[in-house]
Ligand binder design. Sequence first.
Ligand code: ADP
Length: 801
Amino acid sequence: MGNKKSSFLLSVLAGLVIVVITAIGFANMLHRPGIQGFRSHPIMPKDPALPAILTLEGVRLETPRDAEFILSSKAIGDEVVYELRKPAGVETVRARLVRYYEVALPLFLAIGVVGFLIGFLVIILKPDDPQVRIFYWATISFSAAVIISGDLYSVRGGGLSLVPGVLLDFAYPLAPALLWRFTRTFTGRPRETWFRYFMALPVVFGVLLSSGFLYSQLKPSLEAFRLTVRYFPIFRAYVAFTCLAAIVEMVRVFRKSESEKVRAQIKWIFFGLVVGLTPFIVLYQLPQVIGGAGSELMSEDMSSVFLIFIPACIALAILRHRLMNIDLVINRSLVYSFLTVFMVGVYLLTVELLRTLFVRTALVGQNAVSIGAAVLAAAVFQPARRRIQGAVDKTFFRQGYDYQKTVMNFNARAQKIMDPEHMASQFDEAVAEVMPLAKLGVAVCEPTGEGPRFTLLKGIEEKAAWAFLSLTGKPDVAWVRRESVATVEAVDFTAQGLLGSLGWEAVMLLPFGSGALAGCAALGRKKSGQRFTREDLDLVETLAGELALGLQRIRLQEEIFTERASREKADELSRLKTEFISSVSHELRTPMASLQSLSELLGSGKVQDEAKRGRLLQLMAGECGRLSRFVHNVLDFAKIEKDTKLYDLRTADLQPLVREVVDLCRLGTAAEGFKIGAEMPEGPVPLEADHDAVRQALLNLMDNAIKYSAEQKEITVRLVPGSESVEIQVEDHGIGIGPEDRERIFDAFFRAPSAARRNPKGVGLGLMIVKHIMDAHGGRIGLKSELGTGTTFSLIFPLRR
Ligand code: ADP
């Protein structure tokens, strides 16, 4: 931050130094001497019929610029000797030098001063904007170049008076280059390498021009001066090229830009450049590049007059179209005061003119004439004043706004907005576009059970918004302060005191109708210093109405979204429920069917062999176990959903628990050919846990390992005690779990499609319950799996100290 500030101060300081040097240069120019009678046509005209100067102070002139060099060491009033060629013959003349400039100089000064003012104004208003920085340096160098306008005519004052000349030699080449650079900021891609190299060119020219200037002056050497003059067309070509490039760039930007605002800004810059530069380039610079010195079609003074269009048009672009986003509003009463003084002057002049006219021509008495003249002038004065005021308004102020266009533009933009905050800033922008205000506030609130709650508060404090929202009065009527409006129509002055104490000028409620929203828009002072007209209030009220509509639309859309989301959730739930019922019935039907057939077989008495009967009973016990585990899981799920599942923590040895589960599973799967290995440590493995829950978790893992085993029916259970935690691992060599399913297998009812195909038994609750159990113990589940190779689940319990 500090860096930015100091670089800003440095820029302004450097600019001020340049202004001082420019002022010295201008003072020097005032003393530029000229030869009487040769101001309006060149010293060596091409037309042989005109008088021409052949030698000056004994030096034979080769180009008109030789004379400039010789005269630069003289002062006004000095005597010079020159040979004059006339149709009658050559004659030697002795004459005193006169002031060279008559009209052009004040004009250059005016152009430059306006340029300097714009430059400083802009950098002070927007010191951090890079585009503004470039613009600043462009205007500073342009203004310095225009005011100094010649590097000679300064030598008499000694060394220090050479400084303006050197400044000019740098400012002149830099101005068009910076102008081009500025126009390139609009395209947003001004950082091409070739352009950076190009920007070195003005510096090179500056070095060449100033060293030529210094050498020829200090020596002094006419030869050196002639050399610089000989190569000067190269520089002129550079200037012409760069200015044209800037104009072309503007055309390109204009055609590319889609924003109407940018287009309006560019139109003005373009207009300024074309009108300002064309005479200078086409009539002055280019002819000299082609035909040499003296071939210009228009004098430098005349062609420079047009340069005033550049700063003027840019100033207009800033005032009317916020060029470079500069929000500058001239206080209108100030302009009107100037205007009135000017008009009164014109009025008095007119009266005087008419009076003399009447007195000369008419025979009526003096008094009658004066009155008549005054009446006549007044008749013209009033409408003229109104006209001029209107014209000034149109030119300088963003008033006379197109009501419909403003509203339509806002509408078009508002339609795409989904965020209330953004909507409010669009409103702010729309108002600022036509009526710059010191501040603008928007507040929207939603009355809830516990009282209203602000959903949007922009540019206004809650306290003020509260106060405004509690105002009651007729709808569609704005509360205003009497002194800030120029209307009494449809306004309410009853809240004057409140508005004044809170620092606002006007407030209107946002017309939300009977909806669930309430809100207000508050207006601060107009930057122009003018009062709000009925038209102004109408426009803001209309925009506020559109804003309210937009905000309501956003709210509705949001409601629809949440409603749709909850409906989707309900649909998903009912789908899961259906799926669950069908899997439950499946899950129940299979063991029940096998229980039924087994019990029938045993009941029939056909199986006599004790060992066989034992096996059948074992099978039945296995099926019963599976059934009970399933019911257990479903009940647990219900408890988890209702958040009523409780755990009973107790410290006990894990060894017997794991053994029991392994035995149970061995028993249940022996018939299918499973090999279930157990790797256990030597001593007891105590753990503080709900051992019933741990058993259930391990059984669920074992069930899965059995269900999802493929050809290799081998399962290993390990109990691994550690210093920080205890792990129970279940490793299988089954189908494995794909990476895409690893997260979701812990969700209720989720089953990987491949797993469901492989084994229809299952409802997708097992792992979800395992996860819940592990979470309740502060533990976690480890999972290592590879598709087609196998899976290892680990129950990892932390050891509490
Ligand atoms: P269920 O086994 O009833 O489908 P679970 O919650 O126990 O439900 O398991 C969820 C899913 O995780 C299973 O459908 C399966 O896709 C996958 N899964 C669980 N354990 C294994 C395993 N050992 N091998 C391969 N896939 C498994």
